[in-house]
Structure formats: structure tokens, C-alpha cells
Design a protein around this ligand. Structure first.
Ligand SMILES: CC(C)(COP(=O)(O)OP(=O)(O)OC[C@H]1O[C@@H](n2cnc3c(N)ncnc32)[C@H](O)[C@@H]1OP(=O)(O)O)[C@@H](O)C(=O)NCCC(=O)NCCS
Length: 208
């Protein structure tokens, strides 16, 4: 009996060592360990503090990446850390790292301001690594996120606010079944003009 208990304890120790080795790999560019949601071209995993590096900082300070995003301000590492804390320490937001199947972090996709009573959230996405644009990854990341929002979080409506000139993003949401819900007239200042903000949304079921 004592030997059996000892054997179990040793097994637990071995498993604990294995798990921490896997965590180590995950934190240092390892793959597969943290595939929270797996797709065909990419997977989504938690965004880690170790993802807050110079590459990520480069994305959020790249005018081409941020041109249709809300805050065109220069961002420091402290600012990025503040955003990370905000997104990961509250229950009203979810942020996923978008990773290629080989484990490269190429962007993020989010659920923001989740209203747990009305079961509604808005969504945002940034593929910071521009070489990965136009490959269907934004469409797939959004599809996986919406599936998670509806089937795991039991949300019933997801919406996105999109600049009317951002055709690429509009097509991406349309491809995922988002429909025009509202138009906020001349809501956005963009390159010298005031443009409409299109509210695009998808319902889990119209009858809910
Ligand atoms: C917007 C963004 C997420 C799109 O991701 P992506 O992986 O490049 O998008 P996809 O490849 O899935 O393209 C979706 C559809 O957009 C359309 N599209 C692609 N490139 C386009 C372009 N240059 N202009 C207009 N439409 C375009 C296509 O119809 C495409 O589907 P298809 O290739 O099957 O025909 C990505 O470009 C990005 O992160 N941009 C910077 C941040 C940003 O603007 N975020 C969104 C704020 S609302």
C-alpha cells in the first residue's frame, strides 16, 4: 500500500515536471500546447505577457495596420501592457492571440464590452503581420471567435463597428454572415473626411 502511494506520488511528480516543461515550451514559442481553438489555417490561444514584445509594438505603431482602427496614437510598451491588463483582468473582454499552425503569433482577435445580461459583445481584429493579410486568416479567426462566443459563452449577438471605406473588413464580416444593422452617420474622421461607421452584426438565432 505504502509502495503504491509512493508510486502514485512519483507519477504525479513526473506529470508535474512534464506539464511545466510543456508550459515552458508554450511560453517560449512552442506549439500545440495552448491551442485553445483550432482552425484550418490558424489557432487561437490566450495572449501571453511574453507576446508583448518589439514585434507586437511594431504592429500597433504601423500606420498601415492601424489606419482603420480607433486610436491612431503612438503606443509605448507601458501602453501595451495597460491594454493587456485591461483585456485579461476583466470578465467583460476576451483577447486571443492568432497563431499560424507553426506557432507564430501574427495578430489578435477580441470580444469587447461583453454585456452578460443582454448577451451581446462587439468584436475587433488586428492581423499585425501584414504578410498574412489576404489569405483568409481574418475570416477564419472571426469565424472561430463567433463560434466560441455563441457556443461556449452563450452570447446571442456579436457586432462590429466598421469604417465604410474599409472594404476589406466589411467583406470579411459579410463572409462570416454579419449583416448591416445600423449606420452611424459621419461618425468617423478619416483622412480629411467624416465617414459613416457601419454597425454589422450577427445573431446566433433571430428568435432569441
Ligand atoms: C481587416 C483584416 C483583419 C482582414 O484580414 P485578412 O486575413 O486579410 O482577410 P481575409 O483574407 O479573410 O479577406 C476577407 C475578404 O476580404 C476581401 N478582400 C481581401 N483583400 C481585399 C482588399 N485589399 N480590398 C477589399 N477587399 C479585400 C476578399 O473578399 C476576402 O475574401 P476572399 O479572399 O475569400 O475573396 C486585416 O487586413 C487586418 O488586420 N488589418 C489591420 C487591422 C484592421 O483594419 N482591423 C479591422 C478594424 S475594423
Amino acid at each position: 500500500m505504502a509502495r503504491l502511494t509512493e508510486a502514485r506520488m512519483e507519477l504525479n511528480r513526473v506529470q508535474a515536471r512534464k506539464i511545466s516543461a510543456e508550459n515552458y515550451r508554450a511560453l517560449h514559442g512552442g506549439q500545440r500546447v495552448m491551442q485553445f481553438i483550432k482552425g484550418e489555417k490558424i489557432y487561437l490561444r490566450p495572449l501571453l505577457r511574453t507576446d508583448l514584445n518589439a514585434i507586437y509594438l511594431g504592429w500597433v505603431n504601423d500606420a498601415e495596420v492601424t489606419s482603420f482602427m480607433i486610436r491612431p496614437f503612438p503606443l509605448t510598451m507601458e501602453g501595451l501592457e495597460g491594454y493587456y491588463e485591461h483585456m485579461t483582468q476583466t470578465y467583460d473582454n476576451v483577447i486571443f492571440a492568432i497563431c499560424t499552425l507553426t506557432g507564430e503569433h501574427i495578430g489578435n482577435v477580441t470580444l469587447n464590452e461583453i454585456d452578460w445580461i443582454s448577451r451581446v459583445a462587439n468584436t475587433g481584429i488586428m492581423i499585425g503581420h501584414k504578410e498574412f493579410w489576404h489569405l483568409g486568416i481574418g475570416t477564419e479567426a472571426t469565424r472561430l471567435l463567433v463560434y466560441y462566443a455563441f457556443n461556449t459563452l452563450n452570447l446571442r449577438k456579436i457586432w462590429a463597428g466598421v469604417n465604410e471605406k474599409h472594404e476589406h473588413s466589411i467583406k470579411m464580416y459579410e463572409k462570416n454572415g454579419f449583416q448591416y444593422g445600423a449606420c452611424l452617420e459621419k461618425e468617423l474622421y478619416y483622412r480629411g473626411s467624416y465617414l459613416n461607421k457601419m454597425i454589422m452584426s450577427i445573431f446566433r438565432s433571430r428568435t432569441e
